[in-house]
Each structure stands twice: as C-alpha cells, then as structure tokens.
Design a protein around this ligand. Structure first.
Ligand SMILES: Cc1ncc(COP(=O)(O)O)c(C=O)c1O
Length: 402
C-alpha cells in the first residue's frame, strides 16, 4: 500500500469533527475550501428504508460515493454487501470491512481483474453480456472442478430500454432477451449458477420501469428454459430532489415484488438490488464559499471539476436544495433569506467550462465570504471530483441535523 493510501485509510467517520448544524460548522470553522457535510441520521434512514423494505438483499453501489467516512456511515447503518465495479473498489471494501461481501457487478472489467478478485478477495459473483466474458472469467478464475464452477454465480446483464430514468444505461450495457437466453444457457452448460441482472438507469422515478424490466427477464427465462439462482434488479432508485414528484420507495419495492411473482421463480432464488444514489444522496451536502462577486456572476471554491459535475449532465433538470449562510461582524453566522435573483456560478479553476450550466437563484445580497450549502449531493459528487488545477475537495465533517 502506498503512503498516501495508508494515510487515507486513517480517515474514519468517527475521527471527524461534529457540528450541530451547517451554520455551526461555518461559524466555528470558517472554511475557505469546500467541506462535505455528512448527515449520519439521513444515511441511517436511507439504509433502514432498504434493509427493512426491500424484499431481498441490498448491495451498496460503491461508485456512487466511495469516500471513506461515507462508507463507514453506511457500514455502521447495517450495509454488509457491496456492488463493486472494479478491482480497486473490491480492494477498498475488503480491506476496510473484512466481514463484508463484494459482488463484481459490471460486464466490463480490466483484463486480469476477475481472476484477482476471485483468488485474492473471494469474489464469486460476476456479470457478463458477452460469451467471451464468460470464457474470460472461467480462464482467469481457473474454476475447473464442478464444485468450483458451481461456486460461481454469473449474472447475465439484460438491456432494459424502459422509460423513467434521468440517465439510461442500456445503450452501453446489456443484451436483449433472445441473446440473454443464449448466455443463460451457456452459463448453465459451463456448470456455473445462472442469474439475471439489469439497470433501469439512474434516478428512475417510475416504479413501473422495474416491472417492465422484470418482464424482459421473464421473456429471457422463458426462451432459455434455464432456472436461475439469483435475480438482481440493479440500482436506479430515486432520491426526493426538490420539485420532483418521486413516489415513495415502498412503491418501487411493491412493483418489484409484484413483478417477481409473475416470473414464477423458486422461493430459493435470491433477490438483490444495488442502490447507489438512494442510499447516499440525502446524506451529504457540500459547503462552498463565494470567493468573488462580479455583478450577477459568482466565483465559488468548488465547481464541475470538483463536487458539482453531475449538474452538467445533458437534460439534467435536477434541483439541489441550497442554503446561504452569511458571516456577520462578530463571526456569527446567519442563514440568509429574502428576495432571490439568478446568478451564474463559476468554479475556481482556470477553465471557462468550469461553470454551472444554468443560473441558480440565490439571495440578491450574497457577497464574497458567504457560504452556499448545496444539499443532496451525496451521489456522484466526491466520486467524480478531480485534482484539476490543484483543487481537490477532501474535507469532511459530521453534522447532526435530522
Ligand atoms: C451496475 C450498476 N449498479 C448500480 C448502480 C448504481 O446506480 P444508482 O446510483 O442509480 O442507484 C450503477 C450506476 O451506474 C450501475 O452501473
């Protein structure tokens, strides 16, 4: 392990400073670089919703937010299984939580990684959407005996071009029901445990999208005549961003439960889901500071190369809750209300692309030194930050707000 990596593993949720509120964080800390405020109560609530409500096992999709203190909070809330989509993610989870179970849930892997994950970390669940990948997994793992083959669960990833998500994934991964049926047969013939998986796309606000995807699974199963041992409905579960009509999570769980019945699977077939966004979105905000105001332009200390990349996605009409805090003369901090006007928000780097795609409404009195707290940025924020131009947001604090 490199010295940097060793240093990084010392960062734990328990070691973080705690504040009663973001206002207190701003007052006591007066941060000049971005701070990720982590809300343990919100993470626990999100995890409970899945652990108690989802009719199967919940795997956290590490890609959504692999920050160590966030992983700690998820683990402390009861998450024990992880959807890991690269060898570094498998290593990260296996080292940090030796009792946890990793599932290698992507059909695209760097050569050699399936073998490493299998031998060094005991990973037994893999995904394919191509026959060559089945052969690669068998070759890399060197699973030859019937018992070794039986110990491997190979999920066939189906494309599910259904509507309801803000960003679809089926134009990149997955096969149709006919091809899926052929792959299921090949997995069964190889002596491995056949299984099915899909992903309806991220931020899916229609429960029926899961039911439609499960109907595609039903079709693949009928064509193949193969009995699967596991079914993974992927991620894509939403978070309740402001202004968005998001059905309660229970509606998604009920749709999945109902559609699973139509598949007439044996009760022993394990059901999994892999939420990323839904477990972490509400649990993190990023507290940024205004560096300079020029008319209706604000230059802040974070941007699209840091925590705000997701805001630049095409057709991404997602609002993130915002609060503005102002430092007063005596170093007290107050939340600013009053009339709002649109501001163009630039990040701190030298790049003109480092600007939020649409203006955002903020109090008209906002000035350099004030703080803008962008809420609900737990998913795909720190996960996508870069060190471009020397800016790398990496400060975390716990905030006790409900
Ligand atoms: C295979 C897989 N599982 C789970 C997820 C997590 O998705 P979400 O954050 O939308 O729940 C993703 C996201 O890209 C994915 O590709």
């Amino acid at each position: 392990m490199s010295r940097e990596a060793a240093k990084a593993t010392k960062l734990t949720a328990k070691s973080l400073p705690r504040y009663a509120s973001v206002a207190e964080l701003c007052r006591k800390r007066q941060p000049e670089t971005p701070v990720y405020a982590l809300y343990p109560k919100r993470i626990k609530r999100a995890v409970d919703r899945f652990l108690k409500g989802f009719p199967g096992r919940t795997l956290y999709a590490v890609k959504a937010n692999p920050a160590l203190p966030v992983l700690d909070l998820l683990y402390a809330s009861g998450v024990r299984q992880f959807d890991t989509a690269s060898l570094p993610e498998v290593e990260l989870i296996s080292r940090r939580f030796p009792q946890a179970k990793c599932h290698f849930m992507t059909p695209i892997r760097i050569r050699g990684w399936a073998g490493e994950a299998y031998r060094r970390y005991g990973v037994r669940h893999f995904v394919i959407d191509d026959i060559r990948e089945l052969n690669t997994i068998l070759a890399e793992t060197r699973a030859r005996t019937p018992a070794e083959r039986k110990g491997l669960t190979i999920f066939v990833r189906l494309a599910t071009p259904v509507e309801g998500a803000f960003l679809e994934l089926s134009s990149k991964f997955g096969v149709d029901a006919e091809q899926g049926a052929e792959l299921l047969k090949a997995v069964a013939e190889a002596g491995c445990q056949p299984a099915l998986t899909f992903h309806v796309g991220t931020l899916c606000i229609k429960p029926e999208a899961f039911a439609q995807a499960l109907d595609i699974c039903r079709h693949a199963l009928n064509l193949s005549g193969v009995e699967i041992t596991a079914l993974d409905v992927g991620g894509g579960f939403p978070a309740p961003y402001p202004g968005m009509i998001v059905p309660p999570m229970e509606t998604f769980f009920a749709a999945i439960k109902g559609a699973r019945k139509a598949l007439k699977l044996k009760p022993s077939v394990e059901l999994y889901c892999e939420p990323g966004r839904a477990l972490v979105a509400e649990g993190v905000s990023v507290v940024t500071q205004v560096i300079r105001r020029r008319g209706e332009r604000l230059y802040i200390n974070d941007g699209i190369y840091g925590s705000l990349d997701e805001m630049t996605l095409p057709d991404w009409n997602v609002e993130y809750p915002r609060r503005v805090f102002m430092t007063t003369g005596e170093k007290a901090v107050v939340e600013v209300g009053g009339p709002r006007r649109p501001f163009k928000i630039f990040g701190p780097t030298c790049d003109t692309l480092d600007v939020l795609p649409k203006p955002i409404l903020l109090p008209h009195t906002i000035e350099a030194g004030d703080y803008i707290d962008f809420g609900m940025v737990g998913a795909y924020s720190c996960a996508l930050r870069t060190a471009f131009n020397g800016f790398y947001p990496d400060d975390f604090a716990l905030v006790n707000e409900p």
